[in-house]
Design a protein around this ligand. Sequence first.
Ligand code: PLP
Length: 477
Amino acid sequence: MSTAPSPTRTPDQDWAAYVADFRRAAHQAVDWAAEYLEHVRDYPVVPRLNPGDLTDSLPSSAPDRGESFDDILRDFDSKILPAVTHWNHPRFMAYFACTGSTPAIIAEMLSATLNTNGLHWKTSPAVAELEQVALGWLRQWMGLPDDYFGIIYDTASVSSLHAIACAREMADPDARVNGSTPNLVLYTSQESHSSIEKAAICLGIGQKNVRKVPSDAEFRMRVDALDQLIQKDLAAGLRPFCVVATVGTTSSTSVDPVAPIADVAARHNLWLHIDAAYAGIAAILPEHQHILAGAERAHSLVVNPHKWMFTPVDLSAFYTRYPDILRRAFSLTAEYLYTADNTRQLNLMDYGVPLGRRFRSLKLWFLMRYFGRECIQQVLRNHIAWADRLAKQIEADSRFELSAPHPFSVVCFRYKGTDAENKAILEAANATGEVFLSSTVLNGKVVLRVAIGNLGTTWDDVNRAWELVKQAADHRQ
Ligand code: PLP
């Protein structure tokens, strides 16, 4: 039985008892986690509860007296768990499927145990150096050039914010002091992620200065349209400064033509950022490395191991060939934090907004070592092959049609009926609790998405998702 601390029994008074309490509860928690992972399929992927149910089941204020781990773990099981959407479920196929894999789970626990904070090199050499090592390994796996400097942020949204800040720094170095000039213009495709527009809002570029370049029939940025928009803006006295290409768009996973976009960027001296948040990981496969052709001429790139590389949220890898510009954009060292910076003693606080930096690279390092490149390649290949197999089955059913090419592990398709019917099919399939699929809009029509990407997913899971969709179509209203 665990005994909670109290005002007369604070941890410092009996540190050994405090740690013993932890040891017992942590073993229990690890047993719970293993049990969970073993039987994760027994849970409905999406919880069945009403908004506010969890809030109403919990006390409205925190306890004055500490409670035992047993009580806390019991409530975790009985109250919190039923409100969890199981992103670690092999049949979670909504948005982009992902995985908190076991080596990374262990690393997260160790990272919290150390609680080391990499403000600058001296505050945690391990954080500063392992981040460079792990991101160097990932860069090699993806076939990116050696001159790409890597840094970890929490999300792709924040990585792209930093990319666009670099672009502004390159075009308008006085913006740091004076604020953004009003005539900077950013280009990205109409299919790009909302984080790009959000970054423009945050950096004072303004939504009206974000050009959504039209896409072609396969949802890829049209380079001729990009060129035309730039010419028009130049003629109007505006200053094009940045273009963001997407490798693996959020809706359909289309791939913008990076190399021709790089030509345009070079012609107009634009910062080229590649948002490869989901699909960049596919470049670990030699047969898919072509998706990053042209990246050697880009200024920056983001890829999210927390999407398709079995890393629990959060871990976004940001790479730039111009770390000096990133540093110029963000270094602002208070006297109390001053410390030397050289290539072997990086102060990561100078390369972005956050000062504090948790030990995220530990989980990447653990999992890259545990799985190795070949196992990860095989899992990615399976996911891509199953997406293709699913697409063939969809094509063979005359009631359905594919809505986009499927270059990776996501298939977009629709029932040949109304938007309302497609939404009803989605709702019905998800209501079984056996699967979680999502939808998007392509060419103005609602389409269903099956996103394969969880480490535990098998072909049978994918096939079951398809059966549930077909059954829902059979019984549609
Ligand atoms: N970029 C793309 C292409 C995405 O698909 C997503 C999310 O799905 C993001 C950026 C945002 O990712 P994050 O949640 O890491 O900010």
